[in-house]
Design a protein around this ligand. Structure first.
Ligand code: RP5
Length: 163
C-alpha cells in the first residue's frame, strides 16, 4: 500500500529542534493540513539532505519548512536544490539565543530565496500558518479554514485587561 505524500515537509537539523518545530506541525494540524517531519542535517547527513531536496518536488511535496539552529545552513542548502518554497525557522541556540540561526537563514544571496520567520516557537507556528496560506491559494476549503482561524483569533483578543 502506498500513502500519498503530504503537501508539507517539515525538516530540521536535529531531533533537538523538534520541541520548536512541533509548533509548525500543530499549526498545520489545526488547519487540517497534513505534513511529514524528518531530521535532515546539512552538516551531519549531507547526502540525506541532497536526496531529500533533489526529490522533494517529484515526491509531491509543495512547501518545505526547514528549521535549524546555530550555523543553520539547512534551509539555504535545501532551497539551493529545489524550486519548492522554503520557509526557514531559526531555532534558538544555546550560545547566541538564535541570532546566529536567524542571520544564517535570512542572509541568503540574491537568487536563492528562503522566507525567514522569527526565532523560535512563534516562527515555527507562523511557518505552519504561512505554508497553509500558500496552499490555500489553490484550495478553497483550506482558505475557508484559514479565514475561520483568523476570525477566532481576533475574537479571542479582549479589549479590556480584566476578565
Ligand atoms: C543544528 O545544530 C540543529 O539544527 C540544532 O539546532 C543544533 C544543535 O544540534 P544538536 O547538537 O542538539 O543535535 O544542526
Amino acid at each position: 500500500m502506498t500513502t500519498a505524500t503530504p503537501p508539507v515537509a517539515i525538516i530540521m537539523g536535529s531531533r533537538s529542534d523538534w520541541p520548536t518545530m512541533k509548533h509548525a506541525a500543530d499549526a498545520l494540524d489545526r488547519l487540517g493540513v497534513t505534513w511529514a517531519a524528518k531530521v535532515v542535517s546539512a552538516h551531519r547527513t549531507p547526502r540525506r539532505l541532497f536526496d531529500f531536496a533533489t526529490s522533494a518536488k517529484t515526491e509531491g511535496y509543495r512547501v518545505i519548512i526547514a528549521g535549524a539552529g546555530g550555523a543553520a545552513h539547512l534551509p539555504g542548502m535545501a532551497a539551493s536544490m529545489t524550486e519548492l518554497p522554503v520557509l526557514g525557522v531559526p531555532v534558538e541556540s544555546k550560545a547566541l539565543k538564535g541570532m546566529d540561526s536567524l542571520l544564517s537563514i535570512a542572509q541568503m544571496p540574491g537568487g536563492v530565496p528562503v522566507a525567514t520567520l522569527a526565532i523560535g516557537e512563534a516562527g515555527a507556528k507562523n511557518a505552519g500558518i504561512l505554508a497553509a496560506q500558500i496552499l490555500a491559494l489553490s484550495d478553497e476549503a483550506l482558505a475557508g479554514r484559514l479565514a475561520a482561524f483568523r476570525a477566532a483569533q481576533t475574537e479571542s483578543v479582549h479589549e479590556t485587561v480584566e476578565d
